[in-house]
Design a protein around this ligand. Structure first.
Ligand code: NDP
Ligand code: 2IT
Length: 450
């Protein structure tokens, strides 16, 4: 069977078995076709049915989360931890609290995570977890009770050498702090069980900033390699959360101008350059707070109920940093035809639909997919694990230096793999998918059928 036939056969199996999980099917469809040139050279992958094995999580834990709201009503939500692949190390990946969370979303995120983590070259397996709990509009006490209840179950399945969760959408320092407190109450002090902890609870300096900063370091490497300079670019960033805020901050520090940002309710255009300090202030005001941006910057304009990706703005680089599938085909066409965008670097996981990616390729857009471009967050999580194991806390300078070299190494690996297998160093999608798969598949074969 040719590599292409093998890939299509496994894609068909996945589509039949998981027909009710569209985001998961999308993530697998984005990934497997890139592997064709590698599988042609490596018949042992088909010989060991590695595609069939790698696509299924080692384990999915599902549980209910009972909690009491402020009115004294009993409530229940669903919780999951998808322990996807431990060939390279303990399961590692974030926890998402959002009403859209279900098994399809967590399988897609877990699938992305195993390959992203492989690209860091650090000892990390991959996993993802979360709940369909909606944190919007909840009081601090409700968030604490819910998060404690979530951890009361999750703690049975995690440990510093087993599975190490962190944050994602809806889970930041506050939630990680509550999770660690509850873990410690039910077990013993063991900071290495979670990453993204506050720095006064053995969190790593620089973890909060790591995904956004890493994204910009990756973009700088990629643009530099094409004789372009980030410092000369106008850019747009979606989201106003953890990843977006620090993407805006680092892009600005390096001389780029961020002309617009968005949140779930609308977007702001600030021709003076979006100020990350304002975004940090707004984060305390909850979801949809971007509408208050003009209180701090009267020259800016707020647009409600429209996606920033359909806006008619002129800029060079797009950084989608909010959520999955935020850029569809129409939005991608708007970016390349009306906005003049030359490059897209993904801070979010799978923010571009398959049709959007096709548009990028047709127009030779430099496309840094999330698996590679947003790996800085989990990379610094791995550094946090190392610090916790050594009972040390490194300086921000040390962490930032490591992050910069990790992102450069990821870019090098991805572009040289792309050059080797598809003859185009700028095909970062093929490079990231092949390089991460090759690392993981080789180890899986070495470890035998487990
Ligand atoms: P946050 O919860 O901190 O922020 C999410 C942001 O996205 C908010 O501004 C939110 O708007 C906006 N948003 C959420 N849903 C939608 C939607 N449906 N449409 C438009 N905007 C939306 O999350 P993070 O910054 O942590 O995560 C953002 C993305 O980055 C996710 O895809 C995540 O998986 C990925 N990622 C995160 C990493 C991390 O370390 N945290 C690491 C690597 C990737 P509002 O404020 O109005 O609710
Ligand atoms: O998508 C991601 O890489 C994350 N949410 C961060 C995972 C982590 O373990 O730091």
């Amino acid at each position: 069977m040719s590599a292409k036939q093998y890939i299509n056969r496994v894609l068909q199996i996945v589509e039949e078995k998981h027909a009710d999980k569209p985001e998961f099917i999308q993530a697998v469809n984005e990934f497997f076709p890139s592997l064709e040139p590698y599988l042609t050279e490596h018949p042992e992958i088909e010989g060991h049915n590695i595609l069939e094995l790698i696509v299924e999580p080692e384990r999915i834990i599902q549980f209910r989360i009972p909690w009491e709201d402020d009115a004294g009503q009993w409530q229940v939500n669903l919780g999951w931890r998808v322990q996807y692949n431990s060939a390279l190390g303990p399961y590692k990946g974030g926890i998402r609290f959002d009403p859209s969370v279900n098994e399809s979303i967590l399988r897609f995120l877990g699938f992305e995570q195993i390959f992203k983590n492989a690209l860091t070259s650090l000892p990390l397996g991959g996993g993802k977890g979360g709940s369909d709990f909606d944190p919007h509009g909840k009081s601090q006490r409700e968030i604490m009770r819910f998060t404690q209840s979530f951890m009361s179950e999750l703690q049975k399945h995690i440990g510093p050498d087993i599975d190490v969760p962190a944050g994602d959408i809806g889970v930041g320092h506050r939630e990680i702090g509550y999770m660690y407190g509850q873990y410690k109450r039910l077990n013993q002090p063991e900071p290495g069980v979670l990453t993204g902890k506050p720095t006064n609870q053995w969190g790593s300096f620089g973890r909060t900033e790591a995904t956004g900063y890493g994204l910009i370091y990756f973009a700088e490497n990629a643009l530099w390699d094409s004789d372009e300079r980030l410092s000369e670019k106008n850019v747009v960033v979606s989201g106003t959360g953890n990843v977006s805020t620090y993407t805006v901050e680092k892009a600005t520090q390096l001389g780029a101008k961020v002309i617009a940002v968005s949140d779930s309710q609308g977007y702001v255009v600030d021709e003076n350059g979006v100020d990350a300090e304002i975004l940090k202030k707004l984060s305390a005001r909850g979801s949809g707070a971007l509408k208050y941006y003009s209180e701090y910057q009267p020259d800016s304009t707020y647009y409600e109920d429209v996606s920033v990706w359909s806006a008619q703005l002129e800029y060079d680089v797009a950084f989608p940093c909010a959520t999955q599938n935020e850029i569809d085909q129409d939005a991608a066409e708007n970016l390349v035809k009306n906005c003049g965008v030359q490059a897209v670097f993904e801070g979010a996981n799978m923010p571009s639909t398959d049709a959007a990616i096709k548009v990028y390729k047709e127009h030779d857009i430099l496309y840094g997919l999330g698996k590679a471009a947003n790996a800085g967050g989990v990379a610094v999580s791995a550094l946090e694990m190392a610090q916790n194991a050594q009972k040390e806390q490194w300086s921000i300078e040390t962490v930032d230096e490591r992050l910069q070299s990790i992102m450069s190494e990821i870019y090098e690996l991805v572009s040289t793999t792309a050059e080797k297998y598809v003859g185009n160093k700028n095909d970062l999608q093929a490079g990231a998918n092949i390089a991460s798969f090759a690392k993981l598949a080789e180890v899986m074969i070495n470890q035998g059928l487990v």
